[in-house]
Ligand binder design. Sequence first.
Ligand code: GLC
Length: 431
Amino acid sequence: MSGRDDVVAQAEEVLRANDRGGYTVPTAGLYPFQWNWDSCLTALGQSHFDEERAWREVETLFAHQWEDGMVPHIVFHEPSDGYFPGPEVWGTGRPTPTSGITQPPVAGFVVRRLFERARDRGLAEAKARALLGKVDAWHAWFYRHRDPRGEGLVALLHPWESGRDNSVDWDEPLARVPTEGVEPYTRRDTQHADPAHRPTKEQYDRYLWLLQRFRSLGWDATRLHDASPFQVVDPGFNAVLIRSCADLADLAEALGETGVAEANRARASAGLAALEGLWSEAHGQYLCRDRVSGELVVSSSVGGLLPVFAAVPRERAARIARTIERWGERVTYLVPSHDPDDPRYEPQRYWRGPVWLVVNYMIADGLARAGEREVAERVVSSSLALVARSGFAEYYDPVTAAPCGGRRFSWTAAMALELLAAQRGGALTPA
Ligand code: GLC
């Protein structure tokens, strides 16, 4: 793709081709259903050419929210045998089948952004009002069930909840999860994508062990946390939740819903204070905490840079910017998903090194808000250079720009539209 008009036209074409009516698949084949954070971020891209359709994307996701407030990570709208683990493995018993775990809660951030940029103000107000209570209920669910001791930060109970499925961050805590007793299965992901780019068999066994354990507890959120041998407090995930709480609070205020505003502001400030306990001066970034052992996990992944997306102290944001610059000396394209100086870094294996545009988008937004414009601009130009060279891939090699995983990816196309709009507007945070 050469010019910006080309990129815009092709991004729109990918989003329309992956549109299944009320929801958009991440990509045809590899991911044939609706994924939680993919959908929300995809809606941002859709809003550039069809606002009504963008709202519907988020509405469809929330139509499948559980009664307890959880919003599942996958909604299996239609049968498809191209994906494993499918609805019969999850066994959640939902009217429209869903998975039983969740994903990074970007909805609060996305709904606010859709609302603020909307040209159709009447539509935006009606849609935002209808979604407000639902997003708030999801946030409440997190603190009730994933922060049972009121620490201010929530735990992930499965690596898939992080959205960074096979990150180095999970290696140690996942080693505690057994592999015995996993029912026989056939993976489908390795039939669609290069196995060298995907998680290993051993990791997959442990993912499935956890799934089976939670299923045996009837997916009862009141029992899962304490019963899980995997409980990890991820700074990236928590930063997304904190940002969404803060954004939902602003939105609620604009809509005159003071109760929702106060509750979410309180969650955001408790979260920001608790996040400080994850800071590592030696690494120049935040680290995960393994809630089972109580220890910090020594793994410098992009999850520890993502807190810049929340309103962390200015000196933390500046230090994160310097860490990104250091990583940038080792690669051509920012931001690799793991520290290239770490021997565990793998430039083409999924979340162990490759660049992901959704993460870049959030990091650039946070850096720009913190006044780190130069690094923010580098992250944006890297992202657009990757798209120009290699299309809308699922993720990219940070040195060669090679496209990895699936192609024609919805959220990558959506992020290209977002970043181009931000650049055109002269701001890295599109309004
Ligand atoms: C993979 C990614 C996850 C994403 C999903 C669908 O599981 O790790 O973040 O939501 O694919 O694209």
